[in-house]
Design a protein around this ligand. Structure first.
Ligand code: PMP
Length: 404
């Protein structure tokens, strides 16, 4: 019956993870997938989340269905987190919020909505997270790329990006990484966000922010700059948020889709159509993970504890960026090539978030994997959260070897 069904080519990131797991070499290092591990290479359960879990179990009140749009407290807390206390849009009623299955779920739901009720087109950054293209393509949206990363300067092609926005038809959706751009780690400055928002507003575009790394850049408030600036502009926009990384709750599938609308009446209709999409796909989101997130965000002591734990994760990643840069410098000083023959590694310290876009070619990434058991994406993306004090010197030596 299914002779005609083609084999799934596999997801490039998840397939690499499977190859890593099957690799028998004890020295292997996983810098492929975007997962934070501690200095012992373990996936942490945050103490704040663990405390929330214990409270949730103690107060267990059965396992009812959640409403289609998710838990009311969760939805309110998520909005408060991204906008900040006292923000006018916490009570304006113009935001339609749905609890989603991670940011992947929020992107899919938002993509479906745009196909049905929007322009049917979305532009993504060049490059972007591979799954953006698969996910929006599968929904049936027309996808194009806008200029973003400049390999020559390891910075942003901001003028080209702005010029591209001016070529888009009114109503076109534009996917933007709210902070800690995946895969490049290169973000817009606040002044660049302001200029981009003014251009998108003048052009009548629909911004769609993806926020998978809130708090991994310059802190929770600074990382929310784009959301707050868009909210202040009064524009209609989408925001998809994830707690996978910043609360280390990957498998709990905790996310949210927020649609900032023109007014409460419009938000009511948008929420209604989102609920319809949820009802016909999976009916309602899972209960447990959202309870933990809502508890952490609403309890002041747990929230403060979480902010401290998030800070510690960021400090560890920053320390690993520094350690890798120092190890490379030491190797290059020792072998007399100085900066590895003029190679700048400033990007290691400047790029934000979990990733470093190294400029490694696909062939060099293959060599790292085959010769050293070090897994990075073939785009050259390296997850610094997989580095530890034990493996960083080994990784530096392997990098210096494939770069030589
Ligand atoms: N967007 C981006 C940019 C990501 O990097 C990721 C995770 N790798 C996601 C969305 C989805 O994360 P999740 O579905 O776990 O929330």
């Amino acid at each position: 019956m299914f002779e005609h069904v083609p084999a799934f080519a596999g997801d490039p990131i998840l397939s690499l993870m499977e190859t890593y797991k099957a690799d028998p070499r004890p020295e292997k290092v996983n810098l492929g997938i975007g997962i934070y591990s501690d200095d012992d290479g373990r996936l942490p359960v945050l103490d704040s989340v663990l405390a929330a879990q214990q409270q949730a179990i103690a107060q267990q009140k059965g396992k009812p269905y959640l409403p289609m749009e998710g838990d009311a407290q969760y939805r309110a807390e998520v909005l408060r987190l991204v906008l900040g206390d006292g923000h006018a849009d916490l009570t304006s009623g113009r935001v339609a919020t749905v609890q989603t299955l991670g940011s992947s779920g929020g992107l899919k739901l938002g993509g479906e909505f745009i196909r049905r009720w929007g322009s049917g087109r979305i532009d993504v950054s060049d490059p972007t997270w591979e799954n953006h293209v698969s996910l929006f393509g599968d929904v049936g949206l027309a996808i194009a790329a806008y200029p973003y990363y400049d390999a020559a300067t390891q910075g942003l092609r901001f003028d080209n990006l702005l010029a591209h926005m001016n070529t888009l038809p009114s109503g076109a959706a534009v996917l933007l990484h709210a902070c800690c751009h995946n895969p490049t780690g290169v973000d817009l400055t606040p002044a660049q966000w302001d200029a981009l928002i003014a251009t998108m507003q003048a052009r009548g575009l629909l911004p769609f922010l993806d926020m998978a790394y809130l708090g991994f850049g310059d802190g929770l408030d600074a990382d929310a700059y784009a959301v707050r600036a868009l909210a202040a502009s009064g524009m209609t926009f989408f925001l998809s948020l994830s707690f996978s990384k910043n609360m280390s709750v990957y498998g709990e599938r905790c996310g949210a889709l927020m649609v900032f609308c023109a007014n409460p009446e419009e938000a009511g209709r948008v929420l209604g159509q989102l609920k319809f999409l949820v009802r016909t796909q999976y009916s309602s989101p899972p209960l447990h993970g959202g309870q933990l997130v809502a508890q952490v965000l609403s309890d002041p002591a747990l929230r403060a504890q979480w902010v401290g734990e998030l800070q510690a994760m960021c400090e560890r990643m920053q320390a690993m960026r520094l350690a890798l840069a120092r190890e490379l410098q030491a190797i290059w000083t020792e072998d007399g090539t100085q900066n590895g023959g003029g190679r700048s590694i400033d990007f290691l310290l400047q790029q934000k978030g979990m990733f470093s876009y190294t400029g490694l070619s696909a062939g060099q990434a293959d060599r790292l994997r085959e010769e050293f058991g070090i897994y990075v994406l073939r785009s050259g993306r390296l997850c610094v959260a997989g580095l530890t004090t034990r493996n960083v010197a080994y990784v530096a030596r392997a990098l210096a070897t494939v770069w030589a």
